[in-house]
Write a protein that binds this ligand. Structure first.
Ligand code: ATP
Ligand code: MG
Length: 423
């Protein structure tokens, strides 16, 4: 992509009201645009990040055997009344139509997925099965804050699994937890797993996946020597206590953001909709269900919180909108200027043809402006072509986190770049 074609641009000034790094940097870089509290447009660069995260999540859910569906966000009232959610879920957005009918906006979709699946899966032979979707969720959060980390409209992956026995559920639950940990590590994030009570409807255990960050809203206690971790809200231990697992470790306290969670829903939803299946002995039973969420837009915010410096974002390669920024510098001599632009255009075409995602800063702007904009946008690699380096047959190479740049012969650059992209 040529930056001169992009309808968004990086702003010199950070927004004055940003409460967190992700809000500040994502708005300043032109990744997202706030429409109102907790509601954002994803602009071309931001959408590329969201799609990357989504693609990785999809890949891992497919490996787990999940079948992707897309359910509506606009729901009739009836299933929400059946489960009790209409009156008990305070964040549920309710809508009245001009004919006086009432609707809900999806905040999680057990109400839709349960009848969808269980009206089709009626025999034990059709289980276990898991379906998932990736799209918007709506919640009437009292305080939308921390940029894209707590929205009223946000992007989520929600998966639901159905099992004929507790043992089968436990097996899948364990597998899903492992997949989650691997998944977050693909974004460069280390998630700690807390154990928590399953919320209003269930006495079962649920697990929250927490990433340490001051921009988060959860307080956790964890042990540095093992994977013990609890949410302070429910904890019977406190900071400084000996770790219940390792007596030689003391518990530390930290702020964290919940990037995902998994719930044991038990048989509640099958029962609410009275949709049993027929087991091997010909008896009616309600399936055990699990629900598995990942806040995809929140993950994007957390990535920015974890990976930034005073100059801007530092995208992990796996989710960066582009692998490389090509910066062509302007020159006072029109002939040199023409040569630099021409060579940059050739490199851009060649790399793009090879499938490398290149962001070419071809604007008529000062070197200082181009460098600060490249730092703010935070793509992993910056390559600078100028009249001076070109005269020596060189191009300047600098990783986003490297302090110094170095010169690479133009003759080798494509090969080196390919290695960088694929490593
Ligand atoms: P929280 O405690 O942060 O409100 P939750 O327990 O309500 O989260 P779930 O209902 O399980 O979360 O939703 C699944 C995932 O969706 C969460 O783990 C989180 O990553 C994300 N999420 C939840 N609420 C929001 C929100 N308002 N904005 C962005 N992401 C959210
Ligand atoms: Mg919530």
């Amino acid at each position: 992509m040529r930056s001169s074609h992009l309808f968004t641009k990086t702003e010199r000034q950070a927004p004055h009201d940003a409460d967190t790094a992700n809000a500040r940097l994502l708005i300043q870089g032109g990744f997202v645009d706030p429409l109102m509290a907790g509601v954002y447009s994803y602009l071309p660069l931001g959408l590329r990040v969201l799609r990357r995260i989504e693609a990785i999540v999809r890949e891992e859910m497919n490996k787990l055997g999940g079948q992707e569906v897309l359910m509506p966000t606009l729901h009739p009232k009836d299933p929400w009344v059946k489960t009790g959610g209409w009156d008990s879920i305070d964040v549920l957005f309710k809508i009245k139509s001009r004919t006086g009918n009432e609707y809900a906006l999806g905040q999680s979709e057990e109400e839709i997925v349960t009848p969808l699946v269980l009206s089709r899966a009626k025999s034990y032979k059709q289980f276990p099965l898991a379906v998932y979707q990736i799209h918007w969720k709506y919640r009437d959060e009292l305080r939308a804050k921390s940029g894209i980390m707590r929205g009223r409209e946000f992007f989520m992956k929600d998966m639901y699994s159905f099992h004929t026995s507790q043992e089968d559920f436990d097996r899948f639950y364990q597998q899903a937890k492992e997949v989650y940990l691997r998944l977050f590590s693909r974004f460069g994030l280390t998630a700690k797993v807390t154990e928590a009570s399953g919320g209003a409807f269930s006495k079962k255990v649920s697990y929250e996946f927490m990433v340490l960050t001051d921009a988060g809203e959860d307080d956790i206690l964890y042990c540095e020597r093992c994977d013990f971790c609890v949410n302070k809200e429910i904890a019977t231990v406190k900071e400084g206590d000996a770790c219940p697992r390792k007596q030689d470790g003391a518990l530390k306290s930290a702020r964290a953001s919940e990037v995902g969670n998994v719930f044991d829903l038990g048989t509640k939803y099958g029962q609410d909709f009275d949709l049993p299946f027929i087991d091997a002995d010909g008896n009616k039973q309600f399936p055990i269900m699990g629900c598995y969420g990942i806040g995809i837009s929140r993950v994007m915010g957390v990535i920015v919180e974890k990976f930034n410096d005073e100059k801007g974002i530092i995208w992990p390669k796996s989710v960066s909108p582009f692998a490389v920024t090509l910066v062509s510098l302007s020159n006072k001599d029109p002939e040199v200027q023409r040569q630099v632009s021409e060579r940059a255009a050739e490199l851009y075409e060649e790399w793009t043809k090879q499938g490398i995602e290149v962001f070419w800063d071809d604007r008529d702007a000062s070197p200082g402006e181009k460098f600060s904009s490249a730092d703010l946008l935070g793509f992993p690699l910056r390559l600078v072509l100028s009249g001076r380096t070109m005269a020596d047959g060189m191009i300047e190479w600098k990783g986003r986190t490297e302090a110094e740049s170095r010169l690479v012969p133009l003759a080798d650059i494509t090969e080196k770049l390919m290695m960088f992209v694929n490593e």
